[in-house]
Design a protein around this ligand. Structure first.
Ligand SMILES: *Cc1c(COP(=O)(O)O)cnc(C)c1O
Length: 430
């Protein structure tokens, strides 16, 4: 299969080329050629790994990585994504995406991308430096996926004082080939440093700079597999499609759900849950698409004012009226998020993270309006990562999963840096 740019001004690329490049040369995002999606091909499988192989095989067909797909999937997906019911007698479920090494769904994409980039390395190539600007979960997932991986170095930039203490520890606890820079500035300052470095041709080739941000095809493709797997297993036992509610920021996870449905997975409705950042809910309510400044919320991994995958959504459903009929989106306030975290615990004994709570709230609203169909909410992170929000609401400590406890037990260290490009370059050159 070939991949084209959403902006249509770049040559078609092979999978390997699209994975290595990240962004297409015309500034667009790589997507599969349209004709390759015309006939849905998904037919199921007995496990997450098997579903991943059947679903992803056509994307790998004809590429240098074709013969490596099975290995890549087996090494990347070493943990499950179980579907668990929220309370007795309801048909509301959580698709638990937080059983990876950094306890958020970003582990699936980061580990898959790392395996692909490792498989693409030629013997004797110099070390590749992966730059990641992060406001939380992405940085830890990418660092973990590349930690001690031969041929790679990771440099994480995160905004000082803008992530929770536990998130900060999770970004600083790697060492070895991972360096963490704590920038005295905002997330946008971090991103600006990364973009400037990647855009500096001399520096980029000297240090073999690369990025691992959410627009990479290597993160989008693997994210389809847990939605397809959950819907397939559910359909096997219930003969009904599974409807999905996806907490959304940059639209990467939700887009993967829509693409999985397009490829034939038995997925019913897909509904997006946003926090107070209302760009998508406003668009789906009929307003023109308009990026907006970011609003800070308690679901901080979804604080996005210009969802970077929107171009892919427009590519998937080019007709705007059709698009508005195929997807719905709702905005959930901080007050509603907090109430849902508390209520879900008090009613069902289930603790959810603030991001997951946006989805649970949306499904509760649908239920109140009479919807009795089966719904699964993508549980995007483990609540223990957001203990400062969650614990006061439920009135008790959140049990910390073993992987997070191990990370918290390791020493943390970061280099403090002003948002200054010359200083950043000095650190990169080491
Ligand atoms: C990244 C993230 C999201 C948002 O996912 P997108 O793919 O950016 O829409 C939601 N919840 C958590 C916990 C995240 O880390």
């Amino acid at each position: 299969m070939k991949f084209i740019s959403t902006r249509g001004q770049a040559p078609a690329a092979s999978l390997s080329q699209a994975l290595s490049a990240g962004l297409a040369p015309d500034g667009g995002l790589y997507v599969p050629e349209r004709q390759s999606l015309a006939t849905p091909w998904f037919s199921g499988g007995a496990s997450l790994v098997q579903v991943a192989e059947t679903l992803l095989a056509p994307f790998f067909a004809g590429d240098a990585l074709d013969s490596r797909l099975s290995d890549i999937v087996r090494r990347a997906f070493t943990f499950e994504a179980p579907l668990t019911r929220v309370g007795r007698g309801t048909d509301t479920h959580l698709l638990e995406l937080f059983h990876g090494p950094t306890a958020a769904f970003k582990d699936f994409g980061a580990r898959f991308l790392a395996e692909c980039l490792s498989a693409l390395r030629q013997p004797g190539q110099g070390v590749t430096t992966i730059l990641v600007a992060t406001s939380g979960d992405t940085g830890a997932a990418v660092a973990s996926a590349f930690h001690r991986r031969p041929g790679f170095r990771v440099v994480i930039l995160y905004p000082h004082g803008r992530v929770s203490p536990r998130q900060a520890h999770g970004l600083e606890c790697f060492g070895d080939n991972v360096s963490t820079l704590r920038i005295s500035g905002t997330f946008d300052d971090c991103q600006a440093l990364v973009k400037r470095a990647l855009g500096d041709a001399t520096l980029a080739s000297e240090l073999r700079l690369s990025s691992a941000n959410s627009i990479s095809l290597g993160r989008l493709l693997p994210q389809m597999t847990y939605f397809a797997n959950a819907a397939h297993q559910f359909h096997q036992s219930n003969q009904r499609p599974l409807n999905l509610c996806v907490p959304t920021g940059n639209l990467g996870n939700a887009l993967a759900a829509l693409l999985a449905r397009q490829l034939g997975a038995p997925i019913g409705d897909v509904v997006l849950a946003s926090n107070a950042n209302r760009v998508l809910p406003d668009f789906f309510a009929g307003q023109p698409y308009r990026a907006a400044p970011t609003v800070a919320t308690v679901a901080n991994a979804m604080d996005v004012g210009a969802p970077s995958n929107f171009e892919r959504l427009q590519w998937l459903y080019p007709d705007e009226r059709d698009l508005r009929q195929r997807v719905r989106a709702f905005s959930v306030s901080d007050v509603e998020i907090r109430a849902t975290v508390r209520h879900t615990f008090e009613t069902h004994g289930v603790v959810v993270c603030p991001h997951t709570a946006t989805g649970v709230h949306v499904v509760n609203q649908l239920r109140a309006a009479g919807d009795t169909r089966p719904w699964a909410v993508a549980a995007t992170a483990h609540p223990a990562k957001f203990e400062t929000v969650v614990e006061p609401l439920i009135g008790r400590p959140v049990e910390v999963p073993a992987v997070l406890a191990a990370a918290l037990a390791r020493p943390a260290s970061a280099q403090h840096l002003a948002p200054d490009f010359a200083q950043f370059v000095r650190v990169l050159r080491g």
